[in-house]
Design a protein around this ligand. Structure first.
Ligand SMILES: NC(=O)c1ccc[n+]([C@@H]2O[C@H](COP(=O)([O-])OP(=O)(O)OC[C@H]3O[C@@H](n4cnc5c(N)ncnc54)[C@H](O)[C@@H]3O)[C@@H](O)[C@H]2O)c1
Length: 356
């Protein structure tokens, strides 16, 4: 039987075994062996089995539980020192703007926040593919500053000044540098990079005035690595990663303005349709709902920070510290340079859904 479409209109027919991956194992370990509560269960269980305090298994398990607890506390301290105190997030007063909110990840965020009764505006060149309740749609090419200026005035008039901005719109062409046309290169940098500047210029002053704001930048794991046929996309995602870094430094003086950088691996949306996933065990394809859940949890808690998912995306930066020969070997083993060979992208999915 055919699997039902996801809210983004994209079909997922994953075999059950593909659910077993390194991220799932790490998640289970994180709430058991590597969580202070789980770690302290071991010495407590030994104690109930009449082990005395001076017995080596008791010492060993208590040392392990202490290390886990200290690491856990240091992690919380690091987050607090790096990103400061969370801002207050008042559901009834927040206004959200999501660029590229008519499909995939952006659509899911808009749908959920709309269902929760919040004021949400979608900025997209296309209308949403499904009905989205309580969400205002503004047709806008976010790569065009005049378009963004006109729409931002309208949003402020209709909904009030936005307090959450999710810079999510993006395009992928999946071609080699020589095959990319000038228009395609311009469109990648317009949609994926310049759009971030235009929306920040329009909405950040209002956030500073209201002393409340969260700016979410959707980058990608490809901001750290440039596979074949991804030159424009990878360069655009690296650009917004560094834009986020400068933005974070510039707003650090405002306690209640938070910035969040999201760098996901492959997500099952139309954007990368046809890509061959090198290893679903080490690099599982993410469901939009899992990414949206993490983003929403950060926005709702008023936190800033970095969200790297799945697990390998936290470690990919380490690759650049290795000798170049090892880096080339890892690229070959991962198959990342062949992954875009069968790329179809949004056009194929739009054709399938009868949009073209
Ligand atoms: N899908 C993945 O595998 C993946 C992986 C890592 C990061 N990301 C990032 O996640 C974000 C969301 O991607 P998605 O997979 O949901 O993509 P998607 O293609 O489903 O949605 C992107 C939306 O952006 C809109 N858009 C593109 N250019 C625009 C413009 N100039 N003006 C207005 N709207 C425009 C499109 O119409 C579309 O609705 C993107 O920033 C993408 O780079 C995606």
């Amino acid at each position: 039987m055919e699997a039902p479409p996801t809210p983004s209109g994209f079909r997922t027919d994953k075999p059950l075994l593909s659910l077993l991956n390194i991220d799932l194992l790490a998640q289970v370990a994180g709430i058991t062996f590597f969580h202070p509560l789980g770690a302290w269960m071991l010495p407590l269980s030994l104690r109930t089995l009449t082990f005395q305090w001076h017995h080596p298994p008791m010492w060993g398990s208590m040392l392990y539980a202490t290390i886990v607890t200290v690491a856990w506390l240091l992690q919380s301290l690091n987050h607090r020192l790096a990103y400061g105190k969370n801002r207050e997030f008042d559901k009834s007063e927040e206004v959200l703007v999501i660029t590229g909110g008519s499909s995939g990840l952006g659509l899911l965020l808009a749908q959920v926040y709309g269902m929760r009764g919040m004021s949400v505006a979608i900025l997209d060149v296309n209308e949403p593919e499904v009905e989205v309740r309580n969400v205002e749609f503004y047709k806008c090419d976010v790569g065009n500053y005049q378009d963004v200026q006109a729409v931002s005035k309208q949003i402020i008039e209709d909904l009030g000044p936005p307090s959450v901005l999710v810079n999510n719109a993006a395009v992928v062409h999946g071609k080699t540098i020589l095959d990319l046309s000038e228009d395609e290169i311009q469109s990648t940098f317009g949609s994926n990079v310049l759009s971030n500047f235009w929306t920040i210029k329009e909405f950040l002053p209002g956030m500073i005035e209201a002393k409340r704001g969260t700016i979410v930048t959707i980058s990608s794991v490809l901001s750290h690595i440039g596979p074949k046929r991804c030159s424009d996309y990878s360069a655009s995602k690296a650009a917004v990663r560094l834009l986020h870094e400068s933005l974070t430094a510039e707003v650090a003086q405002y306690d209640n303005i938070k910035t969040l950088l999201v760098s996901p691996g492959q997500i099952s949306t139309p954007l990368f349709d046809g890509v061959d996933t090198p290893s679903t065990f080490f690099a599982p394809v993410l469901e939009p709902v899992d990414v949206a859940k993490e983003i929403m949890s950060a926005i709702d808690s008023g936190a800033g920070g970095n969200l790297d998912l799945p697990l390998y995306s936290k470690w990919i930066v380490v690759m650049h510290t290795l000798p170049v020969s090892i880096q080339r070997l890892l690229r070959w083993v991962s198959g990342c340079d062949d992954a875009m060979k069968n790329f179809r992208g949004r056009n194929a999915t739009d054709n399938m859904n009868g949009k073209n």
